[in-house]
Structure formats: structure tokens, C-alpha cells
Design a protein around this ligand. Structure first.
Ligand code: SF4
Ligand code: SF4
Length: 276
């Protein structure tokens, strides 16, 4: 089963749980961990894994030919990403970091002044540590759209996934397109949260997203003994799911994190039991 480790809010310990779960499962099974938090992938840092670059990720971009351009502005009109700026009487200005490569401008141009080019938007890396095979997608600095990078990672891993007993997908925080891309195809989502008002509010959003995408969910409460658990329990009740493990706030966990080691805690065993 492909399992997403997700969380509406950043900084709740999602990657800490993903890496610890991967290491725990890898003791008896073959495990692939996919780090789809493409803005700032850090699973390799938590596991002290030295990564090797597998390939660059490319995306289609428009290339403008001024000789054929009649300055009609149609390309800017159809670009939903506002990646083409147009001022009447001037040539269009292309902002490549906003382009998602949809190709609409090429189709709309009446004179064939736009041809296909490509830009590098990120790269895929691999590594191995603690018996876990790791694949990471990392977005190029300055590029804005994470979902094409996540989709490239999914495509790259798709053939290899069959040989694993468990595929874990560490998603980005939030509920944006890149998280949706990462959740699609998963049979279960483990939402990691914390007992704070913001943690509960963002948990509500991610559980709602899972409901819409028809991905069954369960919840892990991190730093469970700090804050107000009732806030999270109310959200969990609303979505008829359950808290399968509570991770305490303790020094050993913080030390393991800062030393680049997976955490060891009884709560991780509870998560493993709940997904079997
Ligand atoms: S390819 Fe799509 S996103 Fe990129 S500039 Fe053209 S219309 Fe805009
Ligand atoms: S649609 Fe084509 S012709 Fe019109 S402004 Fe854009 S590039 Fe120029």
C-alpha cells in the first residue's frame, strides 16, 4: 500500500514521522520513502543519507519569435498563471518562473510566433540508509510550481514501486496542488498534527481534502503533552477518524532529530501496528 504522511500545517513533525516509520518498517519489509516536499526536502538529512542525482526534471516553456509576433496580446490573455505580461503596442514579456508549461499560449498564438522550449525545474535524487530506499524531488530555487516536480517524481518511481512492500510518500505541508498530486494514488493518509489552535485548524483542512479525494485518513498527534488535545480530538471526531499514536515532547526525540538520526519511540510502533 502507498501511504502518504501529510499534515495541513508545517513544522508538526511530518518528516520525523515519515523517516521513523520507514526505518521501523524496513526492519522486516522492503520500503521506498519518497520525499515529495519539493520546496525543502529533508528526509535525507534526518537519515544522514548522501544523495545521488538521478536526473533533471524539465518542463515545456514557450519561446517567442519577435519576427512573427504581431503584438496582439492573445498569449497573455490565455495564460492563467500571468506568466506573460502584455502592454498594447509592445512585444509580450515572458516570466518563466511562473510558467507551468500548459502550452495554451502556443495554441492561442495566431501567427505561430511561439515555439516549444524547455527549462529545468528541479531534479530527482536517490539514496539508501537504515535499509530504506529514498527518492527525493527537489525544486529549482526560484521556480514557483511544485506539482510538476511531484508528478515527475511519481512517474520516475512508478515502475520501481512494485518491488516494495511499502511506499511512503512524505508530502509538503498545506493543501495546495503539490499536496493533492502527492496524495493521489495513495491508499491511506497519516496526518501529523500538534495540539494547538493552528494545528487543529490545518488538520481540519487536510482531513477535508482527504475526504474529497477519497483517501482514508488517520491522525498522529505530535508533542501530544504540550497544548490542548481537545482541539484535535474535536476535528478527529468530525471526520470519524482516529488518533493512532501520540508522540511525547521529549529531549531524546529532539536530540535524534538534530543529530540526523531517525527517532525511536513507542508511538512509531503504534503507527506501524495501525497500518498492518
Ligand atoms: S505555457 Fe501556459 S503557463 Fe506557460 S506562459 Fe504559456 S500559457 Fe502561460
Ligand atoms: S499571441 Fe503570438 S502574435 Fe500575439 S502577442 Fe503573443 S506571441 Fe505575439
Amino acid at each position: 500500500m502507498k501511504i502518504a504522511i501529510t499534515g495541513g500545517k508545517g513544522g508538526t513533525g511530518k518528516s520525523t514521522v515519515a523517516t521513523a516509520l520507514a526505518v521501523g518498517l524496513a526492519k522486516t519489509k522492503k520500503v521506498l520513502l519518497m520525499d515529495a516536499d519539493t520546496d525543502c526536502p529533508n528526509d535525507h538529512l534526518i537519515l544522514s543519507i548522501k544523495r545521488k542525482k538521478e536526473k533533471d526534471i524539465f518542463q515545456l516553456i514557450p519561446v517567442f519569435n519577435k519576427d512573427k509576433c504581431i503584438k496582439c496580446g492573445r498569449c497573455a490573455e490565455v495564460c492563467r498563471e500571468n506568466a506573460i505580461l502584455f502592454v498594447k503596442g509592445k512585444y509580450p514579456v515572458f516570466v518563466k518562473d511562473l510558467c507551468t508549461g500548459c502550452g495554451a499560449c502556443m495554441l492561442a498564438c495566431p501567427t505561430g510566433a511561439i515555439s516549444k522550449g524547455r527549462q529545468t525545474i528541479g531534479a530527482i535524487y536517490s539514496g539508501e540508509g537504515y535499509g530504506v530506499d529514498l527518492l527525493t524531488a527537489e525544486m529549482r530555487i526560484g521556480y514557483e510550481e511544485a506539482s510538476p516536480v511531484v508528478n515527475a517524481l511519481k512517474k520516475f518511481s512508478s515502475r520501481a514501486e512494485k518491488k516494495y512492500d511499502h511506499v511512503l510518500v512524505d508530502t509538503a505541508a498545506g493543501t495546495h496542488c503539490n499536496v493533492i498530486s502527492a496524495l493521489l494514488g495513495c491508499g491511506l493518509a497519516i496526518a501529523v498534527t500538534e495540539p494547538t489552535p493552528l494545528g487543529a485548524a490545518d488538520l481540519d483542512l487536510i482531513l477535508e481534502l482527504c475526504r474529497v479525494l477519497k483517501v482514508p485518513s488517520m491522525v498522529v498527534l505530535n508533542r501530544a503533552d504540550v497544548g490542548d488535545k481537545k482541539l484535535v480530538q474535536n476535528v478527529v471526531k468530525k471526520y470519524k477518524t482516529k488518533i493512532v499514536a501520540e508522540i511525547p515532547y521529549k529531549k531524546e526525540i529532539l536530540e535524534a532529530y538534530s543529530e540526523g538520526k531517525p527517532i525511536k519511540d513507542e508511538s512509531i510502533i503504534k503507527i506501524m501496528e495501525s497500518i498492518r
